[in-house]
Design a protein around this ligand. Structure first.
Ligand code: ADP
Ligand code: MG
Length: 416
């Protein structure tokens, strides 16, 4: 079976060898073992369910949290000549019905759906009447209440699936999994220990840097000046910051667009397309931007202020260098950033949630003040299964041994 998988890799994708973890994950699924694959962003998780989906008879159902993500994946599969489609709320009801009918007629090898689709009786009836190759949960951290992007509808699928008589092998894929999330996913979709494939989170091609005490606008201007043709993302904490920074940079003549949830769907789509097609080089965005954007040549990700936790930080910074070429990840820290994040956390109605978020914020603040290797700090935070070594290229590794102040703001977020 795995020989056939190698042939498919060559035939459909034109790749000559598997990336770490891919072959192992694929062979578990082909043996019909429920499988969890934890691989970094850009590690090649899509192949891990696509190759079994091409190999096993029947239709593969892929659960994906974002409409844009589904479309990109389906377009890619169609370009390889694979019959694939998505069924989601972006389609008219008539079109949804047509596609469900085509699915029932065995027209598709891959059907991408949002988690909510499992609440639809028409869809549930349809999948029970066909042969299923596998069901994959992409971005599977959404299943766990410990995940930073928890979606209740993801979780409820598991009980819905228990009623499906023709249940095929299940697969979960994620880049951001702490031990808690891994445990949760394993239990929910019944994955045995030996079917957890965890390649670790290290992204060797990324270098991390923290800048303190710099005028942020001045830093960004100089930075863009020094990298004129390169694509990058600048994350701001608020929409207002994104608006202001974008208009500042545009006035200076930079090809910079913006993206946040306060803009219309059309505006956002346009900016995203312009960015993916290299019409604009820099995008100034809130955390609304990024998930599912398949742009592999992003050379830098700047955080204009500190994000709320390391999970979000690593996921956002990880959008740099998905092609394996160097990616530069800079975090511009100022002590006001802490107040803003505390304010955002305080909006939560749940005391328990607040406490959890404060603890994560504290870890984020510690990251901004640590003297150890930044990459190592992040990997240790995620309990990386591969013991991390100093990266040798982050701002701490580069300046190791220099005298530095340990500032007040590093102290307890929790205690204030
Ligand atoms: P992930 O979902 O883990 O973030 P993707 O599945 O989107 O990653 O893959 C990231 C990129 O890596 C894609 O451009 C994909 O074509 C490429 N890729 C995946 N597997 C391989 C491989 N075995 N050899 C070369 N490139 C690969
Ligand atoms: Mg992916």
């Amino acid at each position: 079976m795995i020989k056939q998988a190698k042939e498919l890799l060559q035939q459909y994708y034109g790749f000559s060898s598997f990336r770490p973890g891919q072959e192992e994950a694929i062979s578990h699924v082909l043996e019909r073992k429920n499988t969890l694959a934890v691989m970094p962003t850009g590690g090649g998780k899509s192949l891990c369910y696509q190759i079994p989906g091409l190999t096993l008879p029947g239709t593969a159902i892929i659960i994906s949290p974002l409409i844009s993500l589904m479309k990109d994946q389906v377009d890619a599969l169609l370009s390889y000549g694979v019959a694939a489609t998505y069924i989601n709320s972006s389609l008219s009801s008539e079109e949804q019905r047509n596609r469900i009918q085509d699915m029932e007629n065995g027209r598709y090898s891959f059907v991408y759906v949002a988690p909510e689709r499992f609440d639809s009786p028409a869809f549930m009836t349809a999948i029970q009447g066909i042969q299923l190759a596998l069901i994959a949960f992409d971005e599977a951290h959404c299943i766990s209440q410990w995940g930073h992007d928890f979606r209740p509808s993801y979780r409820s699928i598991v009980s819905t699936l228990q009623k499906v008589p023709n249940l095929p092998v299940l697969m979960a894929l994620t880049a951001t999994a702490t031990q808690e999330v891994i445990r949760d996913i394993k239990q929910l979709i019944e994955v045995d220990d030996e079917a957890v494939v965890n390649t670790g989170f290290a992204r060797e091609n990324l270098s991390f840097r923290i800048m303190k005490g710099r005028d942020k606008r001045e830093f960004v201007t100089e930075y863009l000046e020094s990298r004129p043709q390169e694509a990058g993302i600048i994350y701001t904490a608020t929409r207002k910051d994104a608006d202001q920074l974008q208009s500042f940079l545009s006035k200076k003549g930079y090809a910079a667009g913006k993206y946040h949830a306060g803009m219309s769907e059309d505006q956002r789509k346009k900016v995203q397309t312009d960015f993916v097609q290299d019409e604009i080089t820099t995008i100034i965005a809130t955390n609304a931007f990024g998930m599912g954007i398949d742009k592999s040549n992003v050379r830098y990700v700047i955080h204009y202020s500190m994000p709320m936790n390391i999970e979000s930080y690593y996921q956002e910074a990880g959008r740099a260098g998905r092609d394996g070429e160097p990616g530069d990840c800079v975090l511009l820290f100022s002590s006001q950033d802490i107040n803003l994040q505390r304010f955002l956390i305080d909006q939560s109605p749940s005391e328990e949630k607040k406490k959890e978020e404060y603890a994560k914020l504290q870890a984020m603040v510690n990251y901004c003040h640590t003297h150890t290797c930044l990459q190592k700090f992040i990997l240790e935070y995620f309990d990386d299964p591969v013991p991390p070594e100093p990266c040798g290229k982050c701002s701490n590794c580069m300046h190791a041994g220099e005298e530095r102040d340990m500032t007040k703001e590093a102290q307890m977020v929790l205690s204030c």
